[in-house]
Design a protein around this ligand. Structure first.
Ligand code: MSP
Length: 645
């Protein structure tokens, strides 16, 4: 059986998932289903990218250790994919032990080959992108992505000889027109390779600056650059570099990658040259899409225009939402997200065209044939026209989906759907019934039912639940098998006269009510249930033994100062009546002037395991009380070391 392996980017865990992440993942899910429908053994990988500066910073902001922090957001991604019914086969995390092993094997392989060397480098480092920029790449001295001024950093590091592969890569792209697609991104990568511009890639970070990463196998003072680590996920997930578990690599590699244009360079340049240097087969293709914009602006947390995919899927229906995403974005170009666009797409294509076709045909069939499938009589030119229109649209649809041109594929499939609605009007089954022309009436309905079945099957990758419902309404259970699509295309008849079909359909409701209004209702409802949750939480009881586990002690702050490497953190020495004062790091800098806290009595959780916050060990936690924007320290007049019980 042939195989297909589709991947999403592994998402950074420094922010919560939004529509952009959901889009790529829904496309990957659609492709996996599409290739399964074609009888392929299809596999989908997604996951989270958990190392690097960015993550450490985000963890500090939430006063958590990096591990605690990444566990939380990674779980949020998993939960969202579950709610969106994403059928991935594997969720990789770059903090997985097997992944670390693979990355180290990859580094060692390239190092042994002589393509990694040690050198000194000075460059403009953008912490947002986690990469160095050359002078030329900056725009007015600013990072082109983040529009912030990068920091000039000079240090000794390891470098991958990427420049060595410049000519090879250029030729490879020229020889393989589908390698990077759509074409505009292929041209963009070729433009990046124009002239002798490709520099070697800095692939390490000294541990003195960053510890949260994978240690280089040939130098324990360095960790691996986060992009090198992240890109390797696509093969580490298949067990490459891990002796016990590499059979999936043999089976599924090379991959079909999905990314948006923001990460074209690492995928279009770093990754193929890394694979080439490691003597591994190059990935099959890189499919690059544009951005979902909200009112012409890229979504961002700071602008407050981030779209919540869970809300949209719940409110409009998961399948309708998926259909809109695939239909309204021309893969490769940017698209505009708005609830108005979504509603108008649902109402026209799903409610009016597809939903209406199912409703009217099923109800007529129930009325005229008591829900049984009628026989097919002699076909007229109009009937043949329906069969051939569906056949052509199906073939184009399959081809266009292979080319990741989902919008065009769906647009084409809607032609026969609209044609069938017109066919109902022109054949006027109600007149045939009145005239007693039951044989012709049966043929008309059977032509419709058979072709509706084909459309229903073809839509499974895009709208899985609705497709199955439509097929069941036509009396047929959906089961994937190797020859499903061949049979579908090669045969006109798939239903049997003893099938019982539904009398009503009701697949896609129309959305008339102003969205904002409904949204407000939902928010109100959610608030209500949150309040309920609060009450439940307030009354949730713990065992006394659990409380006893806490070692709460009274202490006095001896020193308090700003953490040298983090604006949000303060560094304290607190006397807990022990031999030595404790060093405690706390994320409360925004609320207090440190000098004012010296001498203050506090309550400390004294039995937490020590943990490092931005390089300094914290040996406990100072308790605070918070209400809205106001924060105060918990205090007690008891002598230092008193245990609170
Ligand atoms: N961690 C890296 C990827 C490493 S892959 C080896 C990263 N993560 S990310 O969280 O920033 O995700 C970027 C990806 O999220 C984009 O490439 C795209 O797939 C998706 N999107 C994020 N915002 C988007 C839009 N506004 N529109 C469409 N997709 C976008 O980069």
């Amino acid at each position: 059986m042939s195989t297909y392996y589709v991947t999403t980017p592994i998402y950074y865990v420094n922010a919560r998932p939004h529509l952009g992440h959901a889009y790529t993942t829904i496309i990957a899910d659609t492709l996996k289903r599409f290739y399964s429908l074609l009888g392929t053994d299809a596999r989908m990988l997604t996951g989270t990218d958990e190392h690097g500066d960015k993550i450490v910073k985000a963890a500090i902001k939430e006063n958590k250790s990096p591990k605690e922090f990444v566990d939380g957001i990674s779980a949020e991604y998993k939960a969202l994919w579950q709610d969106l019914k994403i059928d991935y086969d594997q969720f990789i995390r770059t903090t997985d032990e097997n992944h670390k092993k693979s990355v180290q094997a990859l580094l060692q392989k390239i190092y042994d080959k002589g393509d990694i060397y040690f050198g000194e480098y000075g460059g403009h480092y953008c912490f947002g992108c986690e990469r160095f920029y050359t002078e030329k790449e900056l725009e007015d001295g600013l990072c082109p992505q983040h529009k912030t001024k990068p920091e000039y950093i000079s240090e000794k590091n390891y470098f991958f000889k990427m420049s060595k592969y410049q000519d090879w890569l250029k030729q490879y792209i020229l020889d393989n027109p589908d390698f990077i697609r759509p074409e505009r991104y292929r041209n963009e990568v070729l433009a990046m390779l124009e002239g002798n511009v490709l520099e070697d890639l800095c692939i390490s970070r000294p541990k003195s600056r960053l510890e949260w990463g994978i240690e280089l196998p040939f130098d324990k003072d360095y960790v691996c650059y986060v992009w090198f680590d992240a890109l390797a996920n696509y093969i580490s997930a298949l067990g490459w570099g891990n002796e016990d578990n590499s059979q999936n690599f043999e089976k599924y590699w090379p991959a079909s990658h999905l990314v948006a244009k923001d990460i074209l360079k690492p995928h279009g340049i770093f990754w193929p040259t890394m694979l080439k240097a490691a003597d591994l087969p190059i990935y099959q293709n890189l499919n690059v899409h544009g951005y979902w914009l909200v009112k012409d602006t890229k979504m961002s947390k700071s602008l407050g225009n981030v779209v919540d995919p869970r809300f949209a899927a719940e409110y409009f229906g998961l399948d309708a939402f998926r259909y809109f995403l695939l239909r309204d974005m021309h893969f490769g170009s940017d698209a505009s997200y708005s609830e108005e666009n979504l509603i108008s797409r649902i109402n026209s294509d799903l409610a009016n065209d597809l939903g209406n076709l199912f409703s009217r045909v099923l109800s007529m069939n129930a009325k005229y044939f008591a829900k049984k499938v009628p026989s097919l009589g002699t076909l007229t030119a109009d009937d043949e026209n329906i069969f051939s229109c569906v056949q052509n649209a199906a073939q184009n649809y399959l081809q266009l989906f292979k080319e990741v041109r989902f919008s065009q594929g769906l647009d084409g499939l809607w032609e026969p759907i609209r044609l069938m609605n017109k066919y109902v009007d022109s054949q006027a089954p109600w007149t045939l019934y009145k005239e007693g022309n039951i044989e012709r009436l049966g043929t008309v309905l059977r032509v419709l039912l058979e072709n509706m079945y084909k459309i229903a099957v073809l839509l499974w990758p895009v709208m899985p639940d609705s497709s199955i419902k439509m097929q069941e309404q036509l009396g047929k259970k959906f089961t994937l098998h190797a020859k499903l699509i061949d049979d579908l295309l090669n045969c006109n008849v798939h239903l049997r006269t003893d099938f019982e079909i539904s009398e009503a359909s009701n697949l896609f409701p129309r959305f008339e009510k102003p969205v904002e209004e409904k949204k407000e209702e939902k928010v109100k409802k959610e608030k209500k249930s949150e309040n309920k949750k609060d009450i439940v939480q307030e009354t949730q009881l713990i065992e006394f033994a659990d409380f006893q586990k806490l070692d709460l002690r009274v202490g006095t702050i001896l020193t308090a100062e700003q953490h040298p490497d983090a604006d949000k953190l303060l560094k304290f020495e607190v006397d807990l009546g022990e031999e030595k004062p404790r060093q405690i790091i706390s994320g409360i800098a925004k609320f207090f002037n440190p000098t004012e806290l010296i001498g203050q009595k506090v309550v400390v959780v004294a039995n937490l395991p020590p943990r490092k916050l931005r390089g300094l060990e914290s040996q406990g936690m100072i308790l605070t009380a918070e209400k809205g924007e106001h924060l105060s320290l918990l205090s007690s007049v008891a002598p230092n070391g008193s245990k609170i019980a």
